[in-house]
Design a protein around this ligand. Structure first.
Ligand code: GLU
Length: 408
């Protein structure tokens, strides 16, 4: 059975052994400071009222206010939200930003709702969790199937309840609603910087390096586009329905344009259609899962032929699969490092809001690059000196910082 929370606790225990942490610390960090379950009604366009269930987990705030996205998905469940919130604690510590870990979610299939229903749902969820969030308490952001527009609605709703607009309560807002330049590109661009660090370390020449990307939503698209622009050969991409391949490389922007006009990636000139399973097992240099969790599992890990896996989604490799890949000698660059560019620019947005500043895109990208480079260097160096996996090295860096803060 796949139980993400159990996985997150098992990972913590494993790292506690490496770091020789006392058991009371492990016990403390295994549980969340708070876990809120909410049920709230939303009026549908036809006048009927539907009841929704949502959650907000607050794992740890020893390094700063809780921070983490909100996902709208039919598969949202307490175990997943707890795990994702613990991972945010480590991710913020790895990125060395002054936040702890949180995560929220609502059980909903956004594809079945109209725009106005989504707005009412976003506002209703915000009202339901209002008491426990705030610019210095807990700062949400988007995650799967939530958008910057929704963040704008939620910031507005928070302002109404708080009797004053406080944009720093939520990040990744639209630009015209106090969002930050570059937040849209941030996760993908951050992942690209990590890829560059990896390439340098492993002496990979971008022009000779083939890449396959699963998922071309915001995260996958920008990762693929920056890689393509830097000369990497992105030979296969996939959305949730179709996968396409061209050994000479795919022009990512042209593929997105094609999808926009034709409604599907399939049929893009110069490419051949392959199955999603096929994409997973292509003999590429770097495979980038950028869609959802549990994509590489014990069922298919043996068949993975990539030389490296760069986790741009949260939790795309199950812990069983992780062990299989390790045995096969396929290094996995973990989500808590690879996709930390998103929350890093969220921090920049929060900082700008708190200080009434507006940074240029150049400044945001420059600061992001610094963050991603120093986190990568630190983790790569830790891995080298301790001969452990990238994931364990990243956790060691993150967990140590949290434990250090607990002493204060
Ligand atoms: N949902 C993103 C993540 O998992 C971003 C979180 C944030 O910006 O707070 O890292």
């Amino acid at each position: 059975m796949n139980d993400p929370y159990a996985t997150s606790v098992a990972q913590l225990k494993k790292i506690a052994e490496i770091l020789k942490l006392p058991s009371d610390i492990v016990t403390r960090l295994s549980v969340h400071d708070k876990f809120l379950e909410v049920h709230f009604p939303v009026t549908m366009d036809d006048g009927s009222v539907k009841l929704f269930t949502g959650y907000r987990a607050q794992h740890s705030n020893v390094r700063g206010p809780y921070k983490g996205g909100i996902r709208f998905s039919p598969f949202v469940n307490p175990s997943e939200i707890r795990a994702l919130s613990m991972w945010m604690t480590w991710k913020c510590a790895i990125a060395d930003i002054p936040f702890g870990g949180g995560k929220g979610g609502v059980i909903v299939d956004t594809k079945t709702l109209s725009e106005s229903e989504l707005e009412r749902l976003s506002r209703a969820y915000l009202r339901a969790i209002y008491e426990i969030i705030g610019p210095t308490k807990d700062i949400p952001a988007p995650d799967m199937y939530t958008t910057s527009e929704m963040m704008g609605w939620m910031a507005d709703e928070y302002g109404k309840l708080a009797h004053g607009y406080a944009p720093a309560v939520i990040t990744a807002k639209p630009l015209e609603k106090d969002g930050s330049e570059g937040r849209t590109e941030a996760t993908g661009l951050g992942g690209f910087y990590v890829l560059q660090n990896l390439a340098e370390r492993e002496h990979l020449d971008p022009k000779q390096t083939t890449v396959a990307v699963q998922g071309i939503g915001n995260v996958g698209y920008y990762t693929a586009r920056y890689a393509h622009d830097a000369g990497y050969r992105v030979i296969a991409i996939a959305d949730s329905k179709h996968a396409i391949k061209n050994d000479q490389g795919i022009d990512v922007d042209a593929a997105i344009e094609f999808k926009k006009t034709h409604g599907s990636l399939e049929g893009m000139p110069g490419t051949t259609a392959i199955s999603n399973d096929n994409l997973l097992t292509l003999p590429v240099d770097v495979f980038i899962p950028a869609a959802t969790e549990n994509v590489i599992t014990s069922e298919n890990a043996e068949a993975i032929k990539a030389k490296y896996v760069l986790e741009m989604a949260n939790g795309p490799v199950t812990s069983d699969a992780d062990m299989i890949l390790e045995k096969k000698g396929i290094p996995v660059i973990p989500d808590v490092l690879a996709n930390s560019g998103g929350v890093s620019v969220s921090y920049f947005e929060w900082y700008q809001n708190m200080h009434h500043e507006h940074w240029s895109k150049e400044k945001v990208f420059e600061e992001l690059k610094k963050k991603m480079n120093s986190a990568s260097e630190e983790i790569f160096a830790y891995k080298e000196s301790h001969t452990i996996s990238f994931r364990m090295a990243a956790y060691a860096v993150g967990v140590s910082r949290v434990v250090e803060a607990m002493k204060n």
